[in-house]
Design a protein around this ligand. Structure first.
Ligand code: ZN
Ligand code: ZN
Length: 511
C-alpha cells in the first residue's frame, strides 16, 4: 500500500549543527547535553528520564510480558544489549507502580570459536563480561557456541504456543502482583558461582569446519545467526524461560530490514524485525530496544557509565563489500550521517509490513523452514519469480539428472544412479532408531537414510535459507540435530505421499 499522504521531505534535510549553549527542550532550564535529533536537545536529567520512559513504554504498550514471568536477556556484550540490561536493572529498582515485574536472567553466547579467537582470548573476554553480568545480581548463563553441535532436534520443531491470555488477564495479573509485592523490596539474590563450561578443542574444530564450509561471508554470517538463535531458544527452554529479549536497536533493525530483502527474506521481514516474534511457539522473542537509535544508546551508555565489552564478530576488520550484511550496514550508516532520518524512515516502514501468505500460526509444523523456522515461502503459484528462478536453475543443471529428484513431486521414483546410492546392505548406517526400511520396499529407505542431498534438503527450506545452503561446500558438516530432523521430515512427507490417496481431505489446502 502506498502512503501518499506521508511526508518525509522536511525530515530529509541535512542535520543542523546545534548551538553551543542551547537550552533543554524539555525543562527549558538546564543546558542541553545531548542532541538526539536536529532540534531535540536534552539536558542530562531529561535525557535519562526520556530514555528510561521509552523502555517501559515499549513493554507497557505491547503487554506481552506478564508479571512474574521469567525473561531471558540475550546479552552479546555490545552497547545495545548492555543498555537493555541496564534498563531492566533500572526498571526493577523503581517503586511498585512503575516497576518492571518480570524475573530476568541473562544468557551470553561465546562465539569466540567461530570467530577464530584463541583460547586465551576467549577466556579474557568471558572473564571481562562475567564481571559485568555478576554485578547485576541476575542469574546468568555463559554458553559456548560449540554447544550448538549437541542440540536436540526439538529445537527446530515449533512447540505448541501456550493459549493466548486475554487482555483483561494482564490487568488482573498486574494488580495482583502489586498487592503481593508492595511491601517487599526486591534485592537481587546472590547467585552461586556458575562454573564456565569447558570447551573441547575437537568441538571448536568441528564448529570452525561448519562455519568454514560456507563459501561466502554472507552465508557464514547467516549461518552463524541461525545457529546462535537456535542455541538461545534452547537455553531459554531448558532453563525455564518463556520470553527471550533481544537487544536489536532501530539502527540495527533498519540494516536488518534491507539486508533481509537482499537475502530473499521478504516473506519473513515482519517476524525478523517486529517487536515480538513467535516462530518458535513456546518461546517468544521480544525486541524492546527497537525504538532506540544506536546513537542514543551510545550517548546514554557514555553519560551513565553503562559498561559494555568489545567482542569481535565475523565481519570485524573486513571491508565494506565483504558481505551483503556488511555492505548494507555501511550503506545505512553512511546515509544516516548526512540524513539523520534515514534509519527512522526505514524502521517505520518495517512496522507496516505484514506477510500476505498464510500466517505462521496456521502453518503446519512441516510448512516451516528447517533453519530459520519461518513459514515456508516456497509454495507459490507457477507464474512467480521464484518458480522462474527454479526453472532456469534446473535448465542450467541438466547435465546432472540425479540431483533433481526432489523437484519431481509425484511418485515415479526414478532409479537413482548407482554411485550416489548406498549399497542396500548399509541402508540405515546409523541404525537410526526408527524402522525406515519396512514400508514400501527399499526405495523409501534408501533415499531418506542416505545422507541429505542438497536437493532433498532444499524442499525443507525457505527461499533465503536455500540460498545460504547453496553456498555451502558440504552439508555433512551441519549439526546432527538439523540433519536428523531433516530426515524425519523427509520420511514423514514420503509416508504422507504414499498413503495420500487414502486420506480424507482435512480441508487444509490440499493440492
Ligand atoms: Zn531538561
Ligand atoms: Zn529459512
Amino acid at each position: 500500500m502506498c502512503q501518499v499522504e506521508e511526508d518525509y521531505h522536511e525530515q530529509l534535510e541535512r542535520a543542523e549543527v546545534p548551538g553551543v549553549s542551547k537550552k533543554c527542550v524539555k525543562c527549558k532550564e538546564a543546558t542541553a547535553a545531548v542532541v538526539i535529533r536536529a532540534g531535540d536537545a536534552y539536558c542530562r536529567g531529561c535525557f535519562k528520564e526520556y530514555f528510561i520512559h521509552k523502555f517501559r513504554a515499549m513493554l507497557g504498550k505491547n503487554r506481552i510480558i506478564f508479571p512474574g514471568e521469567k525473561v531471558l536477556l540475550a546479552v552479546s556484550g555490545g552497547p545495545s544489549s548492555c543498555s537493555m540490561l541496564s534498563q531492566v536493572q533500572e526498571g526493577l529498582s523503581q517503586n511498585a507502580h512503575k516497576k518492571l515485574r518480570f524475573v530476568p536472567g541473562i544468557v551470553y553466547i561465546d562465539e569466540g570459536g567461530a570467530v577464530g579467537q584463541s583460547v586465551e582470548e576467549r577466556r579474557r573476554v568471558v572473564a571481562e563480561l562475567q564481571a559485568v553480568l555478576k554485578a547485576t545480581g541476575f542469574p546468568f548463563h555463559i554458553v559456548p557456541l560449540e554447544q550448538v553441535l549437541d542440540l536436540p532436534s526439538s529445537v527446530v520443531v515449533a512447540a505448541p504456543s501456550p493459549s493466548a491470555r486475554p487482555a483483561s488477564a494482564y490487568k488482573a495479573a498486574v494488580d495482583h502482583f502489586i498487592q503481593i509485592d508492595s511491601s517487599s523490596s526486591v534485592t537481587p539474590q546472590e547467585k552461586e558461582e556458575t562454573p564456565l563450561p569447558d570447551v573441547q578443542e575437537s568441538h571448536t574444530h568441528l564448529l570452525q569446519q561448519l562455519i568454514g564450509s560456507a563459501k561466502t561471508l554472507t552465508a557464514r554470517e547467516d549461518l552463524l545467526n541461525t545457529l546462535r538463535q537456535h542455541l538461545l531458544v534452547h537455553t531459554a527452554r531448558t532453563e525455564g524461560y518463556s520470553k527471550l529479549m533481544l537487544g536489536d536497536n532501530c539502527t540495527r533493525l533498519a540494516v536488518k530490514l534491507l539486508t533481509s530483502i537482499s537475502l530473499g527474506r521478504g516473506a519473513q521481514l515482519a517476524q525478523d524485525t517486529g517487536f515480538s516474534d513467535s516462530r518458535y511457539g513456546d518461546i517468544i522473542l521480544v525486541r524492546p530496544m527497537r525504538d532506540y537509535s544506536a546513537k542514543e544508546i551510545a550517548f546514554y551508555n557514555r553519560m551513565f557509565s553503562v559498561p559494555s565489552v568489545f567482542i569481535p564478530s565475523l565481519d570485524t576488520k573486513t571491508t565494506d563489500k565483504a558481505s551483503i550484511q556488511r555492505l548494507t550496514e555501511s550503506f545505512v550508516t553512511k546515509l544516516q550521517a548526512d540524513f539523520p532520518s534515514t534509519v527512522s524512515t526505514i524502521y517505520r516502514t518495517s512496522e507496516k509490513l505484514q506477510t500476505a501468505c498464510k500466517s505462521s500460526t496456521t502453518a503446519d509444523h512441516f510448512d516451516r523452514c528447517l533453519l530459520c523456522m519461518c513459514a515456508l515461502d516456497t509454495a507459490v503459484e507457477n507464474a512467480s519469480a521464484f518458480k522462474a528462478t527454479l526453472i532456469s536453475e534446473q535448465l542450467s543443471q541438466t547435465k546432472s539428472p540425479g540431483a533433481t529428484s526432489a523437484d519431481v513431486p509425484g511418485q515415479n521414483p526414478a532409479p537413482v544412479e548407482s554411485e550416489s546410492t548406498a549399497p542396500t546392505g548399509q541402508c540405515c548406517p546409523s541404525g537410526g532408531g526408527e524402522d525406515c526400511g519396512t514400508a514400501a520396499g527399499g526405495k523409501g529407505c534408501c533415499s531418506s537414510a542416505k545422507g541429505p542431498e542438497t536437493a532433498d534438503l532444499k524442499s525443507l527450506l525457505c527461499y533465503s535459507c536455500q540460498l545460504t545452503i547453496k553456498d555451502m561446500s558440504s552439508l555433512e558438516r551441519l549439526p546432527q540435530y538439523i540433519l536428523s530432523e531433516a530426515q524425519r521430515r523427509q520420511r514423514r512427507s514420503q509416508m504422507r505421499e504414499e498413503i495420500g490417496e487414502f486420506l480424507l481431505d482435512d480441508g487444509d489446502e490440499g493440492d
